[in-house]
Ligand binder design. Structure first.
Ligand code: SF4
Ligand code: SF4
Length: 287
C-alpha cells in the first residue's frame, strides 16, 4: 500500500500515536476535537452549513462552539479522565483556518499542553498564508480535502470561494482553491508535517478522476489518503452515493499510489475518545 518513505522519530510518534494515521493506534489511542471554528470561506455543493463541515464529518447535529479559553478546562478534564487521548485536533464545525479562534486556541494549547499531537483539518484555501503559524504552534498532522486536481471538475463541486474580500465563482473559484491547496500541501510536506488527503467520492462528478488525485497525492509525498463517500444533500441531493463495495474498489485502485486510510469514522467536530467510541457527552455535561 503506497510507497516507503523514511520518517524521523518525531514524525513516527505522530504516526504511531495518532488513531487516524495508524490503524493499530486506533485501538489504543484517542483524539479530541475542539469545536472552535464556526465560519467557512468556501461553499461545497454537498454541504449544508447547519451541520459540521462534512469534509470530515457526517451531518447530524452541529457541534457546540467553544471559545478558545473554554477549551483548556475541557482538555484538562479529558486528558485526566481518558489518558489514552494522544491527539488534540481542530476540525470545525466550519473551516479552521478561516477563524482567528483556531490560532488563539493553538497558542493556548502550545503554552499549556505541549506534548499531545496537534492536528487540524482544512479545505486548504488559506493554507499557504497560515502554514508558518501552524508550524509555530506545533501542528504536525494536517488533513486537506482535495476533491479535484482539474479546475474543470472542481468548478462542479464548489459554488464559491471567498478570496480577499471577494466571492469567486465557477472556474475562477476552482482554480484559486486548487492552486492554494497544491501550494499549501507542498509547503506542509516540506515542513515535515504528516499530510492526510480527504477526497469526497461524488459519483458522476469526480469518480473517474479519483485515481488521478491519489496518484498526485502519492507523488507529492502525502502520508495517507482517505476516501469519503458523498452524503447527498444541498446541490448534490440527488446523487446516489457509492456503495461500500464501490468505495473499496476505488481504494484498491488508489492503493498503488498512496497508503489508504480505511478506518475513518467521520467524527463530529467535538468528538472525544477512541474512534467510534466517543465520550464527549460526559465531558460536556456540567456537573
Ligand atoms: Fe461545508 Fe466544510 Fe465545504 Fe465549508 S469546507 S462548505 S464547512 S464541507
Ligand atoms: Fe480520524 Fe476520520 Fe475521525 Fe477525522 S473523521 S478524526 S480522520 S476517524
Amino acid at each position: 500500500d503506497g510507497k516507503d518513505v523514511p520518517y524521523d522519530p518525531e514524525q513516527l510518534r505522530k504516526i504511531n500515536e495518532h488513531p487516524c494515521y495508524s490503524e493499530k493506534a486506533c485501538h489504543t489511542s484517542g483524539r479530541m476535537h475542539l469545536p472552535v471554528a464556526p465560519k467557512c470561506n468556501i461553499q461545497c455543493n454537498y454541504c449544508v452549513r447547519d451541520f459540521d463541515c462534512v469534509n470530515e464529518s457526517r451531518p447530524g447535529v452541529c457541534s457546540t462552539v467553544l471559545k478558545p479559553e473554554e477549551t483548556l478546562e475541557l482538555v484538562e478534564k479529558a486528558l485526566k479522565q481518558f489518558p489514552y487521548i494522544k491527539v488534540i485536533g481542530i476540525a470545525g464545525p466550519g473551516e479552521p483556518l478561516a477563524n482567528e479562534e483556531t490560532f488563539d486556541t493553538l497558542k493556548l494549547l502550545k503554552e499549556n499542553y505541549p506534548t499531545p499531537i496537534k492536528c487540524l483539518s482544512t479545505n486548504g484555501l488559506l493554507l499557504p498564508e497560515k502554514i508558518d503559524e501552524l508550524e509555530k504552534y506545533g501542528v504536525g498532522n494536517l488533513t486537506i480535502t482535495l476533491n479535484a486536481i482539474d479546475p474543470a471538475i472542481g468548478e462542479k463541486i464548489y459554488s464559491f470561494v471567498e478570496w480577499e474580500g471577494k466571492k469567486l465563482h465557477g472556474r475562477e473559484a476552482a482554480e484559486k482553491l486548487l492552486s492554494q491547496q497544491l501550494k499549501g500541501i507542498k509547503m506542509a510536506i516540506d515542513k515535515k508535517m504528516l499530510v492526510k488527503i480527504n477526497t469526497v467520492y461524488i459519483p458522476g462528478i469526480n469518480d473517474h478522476h479519483i485515481v488521478d488525485i491519489a496518484r498526485k497525492a502519492g507523488e507529492m509525498g502525502v502520508f495517507t489518503y482517505n476516501l469519503i463517500p458523498v452524503i447527498p444533500q444541498y446541490k448534490f441531493k440527488d446523487i446516489v452515493p457509492p456503495t461500500l463495495a464501490e468505495k473499496k474498489n476505488m481504494q484498491d485502485k488508489c492503493s498503488p499510489y498512496v497508503k489508504q486510510m480505511r478506518h475513518c469514522q467521520r467524527c463530529r467536530s467535538d468528538a472525544i475518545g477512541k474512534l467510534g467510541q466517543d465520550v464527549q457527552g460526559c465531558l460536556y455535561s456540567k456537573e
